[in-house]
Design a protein around this ligand. Structure first.
Ligand SMILES: C[S@@+](CC[C@H](N)C(=O)[O-])C[C@H]1O[C@@H](n2cnc3c(N)ncnc32)[C@H](O)[C@@H]1O
Length: 193
């Protein structure tokens, strides 16, 4: 499995909002979901996406999406606004779960995995071997909280896509692309053998 974790400092923790943007920037969470799971016409079943929501009224809340189980989803923002409002109001949707859990507690539970913290000043991504089942941690529109970044670096490596600050969703798209290329290369080598 490939896992992405987004730290959404202000993301609202109930379904009481007018729009994703006004819900502590849940629109950023939506954009990340889009690039974590969707290719043209298919869903990446080998991906899990996590958002740790730190906004009112009851933070922290761990939103979990499992690509193996996701159903009845589309790429438009309206669909996701409905899904997120429903789930955050206590309803259910296939492949989407909520857990009352902090970022640090969750990370501790997966600390044996290959963990990478996305940050502009990290090691250049093309020089890094991800290994099996990598986990990637990203900040929201503000960036990663220093305290959480320091905690994550106890278990992981800081990696960079380049000097430009990209949207968190763009970073996810680039990582998925690099992983796709690596898989294609591996398959081509197998065919050539
Ligand atoms: C919109 S950016 C935040 C930009 C914010 N100004 C900052 O200083 O962190 C959201 C997240 O995307 C990731 N990110 C953005 N650009 C990156 C880059 N060039 N290399 C690695 N990660 C990046 C980081 O995890 C960052 O916290």
């Amino acid at each position: 499995m490939i896992e992405f974790i987004l730290l959404s400092r202000k993301g609202r923790t109930d379904g009481n909002f007018r729009s994703l943007r006004e819900a502590g920037r849940l629109d950023v969470v939506y954009q990340c979901i889009l690039f974590a799971f969707f290719t043209s016409g298919a869903i990446r079943r080998d991906v899990m996406f996590h958002a740790i929501l730190g906004g009112p009224p009851r933070p922290p809340l761990h939103l979990i999406m499992d690509g193996r189980e996701l159903r009845d989803v589309r790429t438009d923002e309206e669909t996701w606004e409905k899904i997120l409002r429903k789930v955050l109001s206590g309803g259910s949707h296939p492949g989407i779960y909520l857990r009352r859990e902090s970022f640090q507690r969750f990370l501790r539970s997966i600390s044996y995995r290959n963990i990478f913290v996305l940050e502009e000043k990290g090691r250049y991504i093309r020089d890094v071997e991800f290994g099996p089942n990598p986990v990637f941690i990203l900040g929201d529109q503000v960036g990663l909280p220093k305290r959480d970044e320091a905690f994550a670096l106890r278990f992981g490596t800081k990696i960079s896509i380049g000097k430009k600050p990209y949207l968190a969703a763009t970073c996810i798209d680039i990582i998925n692309y690099l992983l796709d290329l690596a898989t294609e290369r591996k398959n081509d080598n197998r065919t050539a053998d």
